[in-house]
Design a protein. Structure first.
Length: 260
């Protein structure tokens, strides 16, 4: 997957460079789609590649052993697609709603067998019966299908020939269709549970290129969850999994190609 995405990004970069050269080769070239940005509403679609991982805050009792982190994550690369709706506010500001579908598969590794030392419990935590963690117990392959609905305020500069830079920021409402949040089973039965409804913030920057028939926008976007995604294990489950994690939040960096 990594090699595939790398090749795709290289191909996209070469294509963008070629387009840019064609746009600016002649200084007297006529502006294209001159009235496009004067429309009150416009629409389009986008494709994107993602790099996703987790921001993890560990429980100091069950998630750490001295200075060693007992829970780690492995980043992943994936893809997504969606639609674009733009509402023009003035010559420099637009509001964009860009609902999309993102696919992800990440990995959490729980090296928490050492929590057996807490089996007798304390006033805050009940005793538990230790179990021998197998590879299936230690590693969680977390598949996610995310319905992402960002609302972005876009600030852009003046057109320079057939291009225009911009920055954007906003908030996202994100639904995880594979959260397992309502499952009665938990990590003891190899079922990882996370929240279904989530909120995030996003920041984006890119350059809009104007062609005869469409506008192409390559951009970089960062999306960061604001809420804790971790759903606690059942009360009778030993503290090998969710008890070791205080906060779990998705972080994503996206390379986006927009067509309008």
């Amino acid at each position: 997957m990594n090699k595939f995405l790398l090749k795709a990004l290289v191909l996209a970069s070469v294509s963008i460079a070629t387009f840019a050269d064609a746009q600016f080769r002649t200084r007297n070239r006529m502006d294209k789609l001159e009235d496009f940005d004067q429309q009150k509403f416009s629409w389009g679609f986008f494709l994107n590649g993602n790099r996703l991982d987790y921001r993890i805050v560990l429980n100091p009792r069950y998630g750490m052993s001295g200075n060693t982190n007992l829970v780690t994550s492995k980043e992943s690369y994936s893809f997504g697609a969606g639609l674009i709706t733009k509402f023009r506010l003035n010559d420099y500001l637009d509001v964009r709603v860009e609902p999309g579908l993102q696919f992800a598969q990440r990995q959490l590794i729980f090296n928490t067998q050492s929590n057996d030392i807490y089996q007798n419990g304390n006033p805050q935590n009940p005793p538990f019966t230790p179990i021998a963690l197998t590879e299936k117990d230690r590693v969680r392959e977390i598949k996610s299908t995310l319905v992402d609905v960002p609302v972005l305020l876009e600030l852009h500069g003046e057109r320079w020939y057939n291009s225009r830079p911009y920055i954007a920021a906003g908030v996202n409402y994100i639904v995880n269709l594979q959260s397992n949040s309502d499952s009665a089973d938990d990590n003891q039965q190899q079922v990882f549970r996370s929240t279904t409804h989530n909120f995030a913030y996003s920041a984006e920057m890119g350059i809009q290129f104007y062609f005869n028939k469409f506008k192409l926008t390559p951009a970089i976007r960062g999306t960061f969850f604001m809420n804790n995604e971790m759903v606690a294990d059942n009360a009778t489950t030993p503290p090998y999994w969710s008890a070791a994690v205080s906060t779990l939040q998705t972080r994503a960096v996206m390379f986006v190609l927009k067509f309008e």
